[in-house]
Design a protein around this ligand. Structure first.
Ligand code: 5GP
Ligand code: MN
Length: 326
């Protein structure tokens, strides 16, 4: 059924604009560029919408020149990939409003389906997995560069195929992408063997200022604009930090408050097993996945945000150092 929707909407369109979310990650870039390249191979005119800068370690993408600023214009179909909510479309919003038709392809369980057509699969480990599946089910060609893009998102959203969301199907689809020529070593070297020295120093600083509550089962830290400036790093380059806070022995839930402006913070939450952090994100107007979600906190400074988050996360605790699901 869903593969039919995918095929029909694409077949009907000549011009397609494709976009992912603000503060793009590997899955956002991989799914939008990967799908776009497949659509171009089918003879479609594709406009790639640039949303923010992307992490420097993705700069190996030959496709980076595709992401140029474009004036909004009406297209037959607007596709959004890996976008959980309309508020996350960023610069794609004008295209979205002008488009005749829209298709949302996503794996966030908090996605309410804001497009005309919506293919949402919360069980897919990445949007790149879902896109690959839709392409394979429809026997559509995946050119080499598209395979590399799709593989990128599968690797990053599963943390190198380590997360529980990795199914046998995930690995079969990844194998198919390798068969299509996906440059897996290039991805591996660029992402995991090229860590910025300054990022590692910042990681140490953030770790040393981390607060632990609930018998050390919850870690909470902040990242200030001054620290970004000190280490000459972009917000995007600090994406792994919240997962580092989660990887600590005994920690079940991690929280990182990232200062975007003095009175505007972005909160990232991660959990290892039982706790559904998307519930907390929804309470604050954000969203995401069971084990990875986020939201903005407006009108609060870092310290105030720290207090609010400490108070909220304390509620996950029974007061005796045990996590309870709430
Ligand atoms: P991160 O903590 O890396 O920013 O985001 C983790 C997950 O939560 C991602 O899948 C992201 O799409 C989702 N997310 C982060 N911030 C927001 C937000 O403000 N709104 C919604 N709906 N989802 C978000
Ligand atoms: Mn994703």
């Amino acid at each position: 059924m869903r593969e039919k929707i995918f095929k029909e909407q694409i077949e009907e369109a000549k011009t397609i604009a494709i976009c992912s979310h603000v503060s793009p990650d590997g899955d956002a870039l991989g799914s939008s560029l990967g799908l776009g390249l497949c659509l171009e191979a089918m003879g479609k005119e594709v406009i790639y919408i640039k949303n923010d800068d992307y992490p420097k370690n993705f700069m190996f993408l030959k496709q980076k020149e595709l992401l140029k600023d474009q004036a909004p214009r009406p297209v037959d179909l607007f596709i959004v990939t890996d976008v959980a909510a309309e508020s996350r479309i960023g610069d794609g919003l004008e295209f979205f409003k002008l488009a005749k038709n829209s298709l949302c392809i996503d794996h966030h369980r908090t996605n309410s389906g804001f497009c005309k057509h919506n293919i949402i699969d919360p069980d897919a480990s990445s949007t790149c997995q879902l896109v690959s599946e839709l392409l394979v089910e429809n026997k559509m060609d995946i050119p080499k560069d598209a395979a590399t893009m799709l593989y990128l998102g599968m690797v990053t959203d599963t943390n190198r195929f380590l997360y529980e969301s990795t199914e046998s199907k995930t690995l079969r689809l990844a194998a198919h992408l390798i068969d299509q020529g996906a440059e897996k070593q290039l991805i591996h070297n660029s992402l995991y063997e090229s860590t910025n020295k300054d990022y590692l120093l910042l990681e140490g600083e953030v770790l040393s200022q981390t607060k632990y509550i609930c018998g050390n089962k919850i870690s909470i830290s902040t990242l200030s604009l001054d620290q970004l400036e000190k280490y000459k790093l972009s917000q995007a380059e600090t994406d792994p930090l919240v997962s580092v806070l989660k990887s600590i022995e005994g920690v079940e839930v991690s929280c990182l408050i990232k200062e975007n402006a003095e009175d505007f913070q972005k909160v990232s939450l991660r959990s290892k097993e039982d706790i559904d952090v998307s519930k907390i994100a929804l309470e604050f107007g954000g969203g995401g996945h069971i084990r990875a979600s986020g939201f903005p906190l407006e009108g609060l400074n870092r310290q105030e945000a720290m207090e609010i988050m400490t108070e909220r996360l304390e509620k996950l605790c029974d007061g005796k150092g045990n996590i309870i699901s709430k």
